[in-house]
Design a protein around this ligand. Structure first.
Ligand code: HEC
Length: 107
């Protein structure tokens, strides 16, 4: 006989899976920003190169331009990855801002 407890456990695991799927979709839609930037932008120069622009709060267009310039320098990233990088850089989350600890803005 199925106890209430078992059903609750079952429901919980469904919710857990749903939550993982949903949060992955909404918050990331791909690899972690910090990871992506670290992987893609740290091979030729220090990741800190992005800091002046992060601190100026440059928008999508400016970052698109930068990514294009980096591709010409030899950055390899798919169109999808480039779009994602632009997003990650134009709207940096805390982890991305942590690349630039010295001038970290505090609310
Ligand atoms: C293949 C090598 C390479 C990779 C990979 C690379 N860069 Fe660069 N980057 C360069 C070189 C070379 C310069 C200096 C030349 C220049 O300033 O145009 C530079 C300069 C910069 C600058 C300062 C110049 C400016 O116009 O503001 C920024 C910002 C920058 N890179 C961001 C990035 C970001 C973000 C990534 C990851 C998406 C990245 N780079 C990946 C080679 C690379």
């Amino acid at each position: 006989m199925k106890s209430l407890h078992q059903r609750v456990l079952f429901l919980n695991s469904i919710l857990f899976v749903l939550q993982v799927l949903l949060t992955n979709q909404t918050s990331a839609a791909g690899p972690d920003c910090q990871e992506l930037i670290q992987n893609k932008c740290a091979s030729c120069h220090f990741v800190k190169y992005i800091c002046p622009k992060i601190e100026q709060g440059k928008g999508t267009l400016s970052w698109k331009w930068t990514i294009n310039a980096m591709v010409k320098e030899g950055l390899t990233a798919t169109d999808q990855e480039q779009d994602r990088l632009v997003k990650c850089l134009a709207e940096p989350d805390e982890k991305v801002k942590a690349f630039c600890p010295s001038k970290e803005q505090r609310p």
